[in-house]
Ligand binder design. Structure first.
Ligand code: GLN
Ligand code: ZN
Length: 749
């Protein structure tokens, strides 16, 4: 078996440096192009990636990390797990991804603790696993035709089945993997990478036994490529000795999130993830080299901690970033250069550990440290005189909780102040973002529209949205969020300590990308952000207008954040900025303030042992952000696409006066769970992810279901989430039916 290359990455972005894939997908979906044209764009992106990785000097090139939609969906196709309802669709792949007339798509959820979403495998008794190796084999051949030998990357059998809640099907699925390995061997492939990120979570004894079974069986095959099992997003813990006891030749470890394990891995190759795939900071060579030198294995290969699909393409596309910040950044390309540079350092030579490559106390881990103390290291990936993070401002005092009066006192004050009808109808904040608004923002950026001209348009849009809500008969209005490009980026643009990028796109799902802001320093709020828009909206109407803010956990979850401070402290700094904003909204005459926290679940640590601590500070941060409000100001929170079950106590702990939560898809289960909160609740009455307009009868039956489960005086009526991805036509029709339904029930009271 040929030895593993000296340097590699576990995966690479695929959306295209200029979101070429997004455009190709949308053209295909809209019928403006063909599947063949989409394939051509895909092939071009793959070729460009291999060429670039090779140019940068990377030895081990991965393949099959490209996907036109999602790598988990690709694995379902690879294994033949295509539910029968899609088989006769015009394009079964995209029918599974996005649904098609009358056929719901596969369920989508977040990939471990990232903001990437995958399509959950749907495995039932009728599923017949059958290998379809066309994609991985095709990519190997395609790369070879361009002159590159590659290592196909495939999601491993244990993680795949755990995602599909079907580990009992291991035996059948292993049959497919065995066939795949034979086919790859016949193709002359030297190594295959099987990703097993699920192994960094808590695993039961029987799940660990499944790992042993899987890799003993695959490892004992005669003709097969070298087996590289990659783990990421944390430490393998108890799964490491299990894997090490199987015949797999190489094991990938995330040495950014976890320490170098003490386990003696002599006899194995360790693919050491020392360059982070989860942040945008330049790697500290001192720290990376120390980790590499500490690994006890027969061979150590330099790699990234996970796929680079979670970071943007290149810092080179960001000439406008402030030089001090820019100098500290590494996106995918720069991280590849770091991997190559580290692989060129002679970190395994005897006496290395005494050569001064140790992590010193003064070093700021990963935070753009130059390691001037690491004398003599001049890899290509580093260099320059990079300023290290400023010392932090002291956090103002201990976390305050329970500063507001007990709920009963608040509720009475609010009832008197707001005098709302029973079953008040509201929305979650955003109204459709029109093309004109996006064009106006682009025009401001390019200098063809003045700031004043833009603000004028935003005000006009707010007025339109207010009038629409009045006409429809909603009870608590919103301003519609027309000034926001994104619920996190907008705040980042107005807070000190954040930078935003021009092309720093990261795939969220399918064609959807976000540009996560970069939180690089201490966060503070130079001036009020949203108060003027909310106050303007309130000045137009006698109905209460709900102010709209993004919560501290969500702002941090959907940004790249500094890692020289504990995450908790970073979140608390953001919480203080939000707290000031809450106070300003209140002072501007806004009586209801919603602080959204849809990412509360996403940051939950993968290991149970760390979860309680996280939930404690996350809840404390939320309360710090909101507890400055007086009793008669009503605080709302909103959560969505969260498997709320696991964090119900924390949601309760937020102590919001009203909690609006997705429920159209999760159903009655969530009602039972949240009924114990004892405060206001707005379980969503229709799914805004679909263009479908719900009928008044349908909404009415959902509200009936809700009032059967909860005291009616606590029930709110609202959609599942914000309306920004819908059209005005859909929104008007849907909300009209929601109001009709609420009034019918109100009349019965
Ligand atoms: N207020 C936001 C909106 O309506 C909430 C979005 C979200 O929960 N993701 O768009
Ligand atoms: Zn939502």
């Amino acid at each position: 078996m040929s030895s593993f290359p000296t340097s590699t990455v576990l995966g690479y972005p695929r959306i295209g440096p200029d979101r070429e894939l997004k455009r190709a997908l949308e053209a295909y979906w809209d019928g403006r192009s063909t599947r063949a044209e989409l394939e051509r764009v895909g092939a071009e992106l793959r070729a460009r990636t291999w060429r670039r990785l090779a140019e940068l000097g990377l030895e081990g090139l991965p393949s099959n990390t490209f996907s036109v939609y999602d790598q988990v969906l690709d694995t379902s196709v690879l294994l033949g797990a295509v539910p029968s309802r899609y088989r006769d669709a015009a394009d079964p792949y995209f029918a599974m991804a996005r649904g098609t007339e009358g056929r719901a798509p596969l369920r989508m959820t977040k990939w471990f603790d990232t903001n990437y979403h995958y399509l959950v495998p749907e495995i039932g008794p009728e599923t017949e696993f059958r290998l379809d190796a066309g994609k991985p084999l095709g990519e190997v051949r395609e790369a070879r035709a361009l002159g590159y030998e590659t290592r196909p990357v495939v999601l491993g059998p244990v993680t795949y089945l755990l995602l599909g809640s079907a580990l009992d099907r291991l035996d059948e699925v292993l049959g497919c993997y065995a066939e795949l390995l034979s086919a790859l061997a016949a193709e002359g492939v030297a190594w295959v990478q099987l990703d097993e990120p699920a192994l960094v979570g808590d695993r039961t004894a029987s799940e660990l036994a499944a790992v042993r079974t899987a890799y003993e069986r695959l490892g004992s095959m005669g003709a097969r490529p070298g087996l590289f099992v990659a783990s990421y997003f944390g430490s393998l813990g108890e799964a490491l000795p299990v894997l090490a006891g199987t015949p797999v030749e190489a094991i990938g470890l995330d040495l950014v999130r976890g320490p170098v394990p003490e386990t003696d891995l002599t006899g194995k190759t360790v693919v050491a993830g020392v360059v982070s795939g989860r942040d945008v900071w330049r790697t500290s060579p001192g720290r990376a080299l120390a980790a590499l030198a500490a690994v006890r294995a027969s061979r150590v290969v330099v790699s990234t901690s996970c796929s680079l699909q979670h970071v943007p393409y290149s810092v080179a596309a960001e000439p406008e970033l402030e030089p001090g910040v820019r100098a500290r950044l590494a996106f995918a390309e720069e991280k590849v250069a770091e991997v190559v540079a580290l692989a060129g350092a002679d970190f395994l030579s005897p006496g290395f550990e005494n050569a001064g490559y140790e992590v010193t106390g003064s070093e700021v881990a990963g935070f753009g440290g130059t390691d001037s103390e690491v004398a003599g290291f001049e890899g290509d990936g580093f260099g320059g005189d990079v300023p290290v993070g400023r010392p932090s401002v002291a956090l103002p005092g201990p976390v305050v909780a329970g500063e507001r009066s007990p709920y009963a006192v608040r509720a009475a004050a609010q009832a008197e102040h707001l005098s709302l009808p029973p079953l008040p109808v509201t929305t979650i904040g955003s109204f459709p973002q029109t093309g004109e608004l996006r064009a106006a923002r682009a025009a401001v950026a390019s200098g063809t529209l003045s700031q004043a001209g833009y603000e004028h348009r935003v005000e006009a849009e707010i007025e339109r949205v207010i009038r629409l809500q009045e006409r429809l008969g909603l009870d608590v209005l919103v301003h519609g969020e027309p000034e926001r490009n994104d619920m996190v980026q907008y705040f980042a643009e107005h807070l000190d300590g954040f930078a935003v990028t021009r092309l720093g796109w990261v795939q969220s799902y399918g064609s959807r990308c976000t540009r996560p802001p970069i939180l690089y320093g201490d966060v503070s709020r130079p001036s009020p952000i949203t108060a003027r828009w909310a106050a303007h909206a309130q000045s137009l109407t006698d109905k209460p207008v709900k102010g709209m803010l993004t919560g501290p956990v969500t702002i941090v979850a959907w940004s790249f954040v500094r890692d020289d401070l504990p995450l908790r402290d970073v979140v608390l700094q953001v919480a203080d900025a939000v707290r000031q904003e809450v106070r300003d909204l209140e002072a501007a005459g806004v009586s209801i303030i919603q602080v959204d926290e849809p990412a509360l679940r996403e940051l939950l640590p993968l290991r149970r042992a760390a979860q309680a601590d996280y939930l404690e500070w996350a809840v404390a941060a939320y309360r710090r952000a909101t507890s400055g409000a007086g009793d008669r100001t009503q605080i709302h929170t909103h959560l969505c696409y969260s498997d709320a079950d696991q964090i119900l106590d924390a949601i309760d702990g937020l102590d919001a006066d009203v909690t609006t939560i997705e429920s159209a898809r999760s159903g009655a289960r969530i009602l039972g769970a949240v009924s114990a909160f004892g405060r206001g609740l707005g379980p969503g009455v229709y799914d805004i992810h679909s263009p479908r307009v719900p009928s008044a009868e349908e909404v009415e039956s959902l509200v009936r279901r809700t009032v059967a489960a909860l005291p009616v005086e606590r029930v709110w009526v609202n959609p599942d989430c914000g309306l920004k991805t819908r059209t005005y036509e859909q929104v008007e029709a849907s909300l009209a039916n929601v109001v009709t339904a609420a009034r019918r029930l109100r009349d019965e009271l």
